[in-house]
Design a protein around this ligand. Structure first.
Ligand code: GDP
Length: 289
């Protein structure tokens, strides 16, 4: 399996972001609330810590995430120095409207016309940066799309007299240390679906759903989950939906596509792929390997 995690334009984006860090007061890092650590680029924290800039970690897309997991992630991040977490969805104007005041409270020495608050929005592709910018500016300034890495050029925009936004292209890290991060990102469409085999991603998702949300699987598709594994979940989706190829075999490819689509659209329910505890367990297992 060959995945190009770090396209050329992202290399230059990293350099640009590093240089910009000197001239900004606050980083707004947009994460996917369903997979905050898997959708976090460690470079962002390294860059901002070097310049001692505070960060507002936006846990975006909470409309799709498990509220209990989101609350656990907020507590997890808020305990870190210089970090404030803000769970929200760009779909709610009231959530977006709270951001300027929140941002100012994290860099109170700025925010006057002579010293405007300078904010850099960062994050990996498809977490919702462009949507957030558009919502903040209440007009379309950046192209919004469901394909990764739509934002390619840097923009500087006045939110109001006291606040300047700098947008950068989404950043990805050169190497994903844990394969599960790549699979979570692929499941959530943060990386191109053609980059990974869809079936493998669906089996992985099936395993997580079995472990954490079996009742949602039963409610959506009507099968019992006892004794299944991730592959079994996808096969059961095929069975229940009557997806078969010629010869009567399950059409696993089609079922995988449907399972992923249903997860991404929220049709299965509000699902988080990781919690602080499951993250710690994965890291520990990875360390031992
Ligand atoms: P960017 O690559 O980080 O700039 O991401 P975009 O702003 O292009 O958003 C990627 C996709 O996520 C788009 O389809 C958006 O409509 C969607 N999106 C953004 N914010 C939210 C949210 O709060 N909830 C949901 N359900 N979808 C969102």
């Amino acid at each position: 399996m060959s995945i190009q995690w770090f396209p050329g334009h992202m290399n230059s984006a990293k350099k640009q972001a590093e240089e910009q860090m000197e001239f900004i007061d606050l980083v707004i890092e947009v994460l996917d609330a369903r997979l905050p650590e898997a959708s976090c680029n460690p470079l962002v924290d390294r860059m901002r810590q070097f310049r001692q800039r505070p960060v507002l970690k936006i846990l975006n897309k909470i409309d799709l995430a498990d509220p209990a997991a989101t609350a656990a992630w907020k507590a997890y991040y808020d305990a870190r120095p210089g970090v404030t977490a803000y769970p929200m969805t760009t779909k709610k104007p009231a959530d977006v409207a709270r951001i300027p005041a929140l941002a100012l409270s994290l860099a109170p020495h700025r925010g006057v016309p002579t010293k405007p608050l300078r904010i850099m929005i960062m994050g990996i592709p498809n977490v919702g940066k462009s949507t957030l910018m558009n919502a903040l500016l209440k007009k379309r300034v950046a192209k919004v799309g469901d394909e990764p890495a739509v934002t390619k050029t840097q923009q500087k925009l006045y939110l109001d007299k006291h606040t300047v936004l700098v947008d950068t292209p989404g950043l990805m890290w050169p190497k994903i240390e844990m394969p599960s991060d790549g699979l979570m990102l692929a499941a959530s469409h943060a990386i191109g679906t053609n980059a990974l085999i869809e079936e493998e991603v669906a089996f992985f998702l099936g395993d997580i759903l079995l472990e954490r949300y079996p009742q949602l699987l039963t409610a959506r598709y009507g099968f019992k989950t006892e004794g299944l594994d991730g592959i079994g979940v996808v096969e059961q989706v095929a069975a229940r939906r009557g997806f078969r190829v010629r010869g009567g075999e399950f059409d696993v490819e089609k079922a995988a596509h449907v399972l992923l689509h249903d997860y991404r659209s929220g049709a299965i329910g509000r699902i988080s792929l990781e919690t602080p505890e499951s993250r710690a367990a994965r890291l520990e297992a990875h360390r031992i390997e």
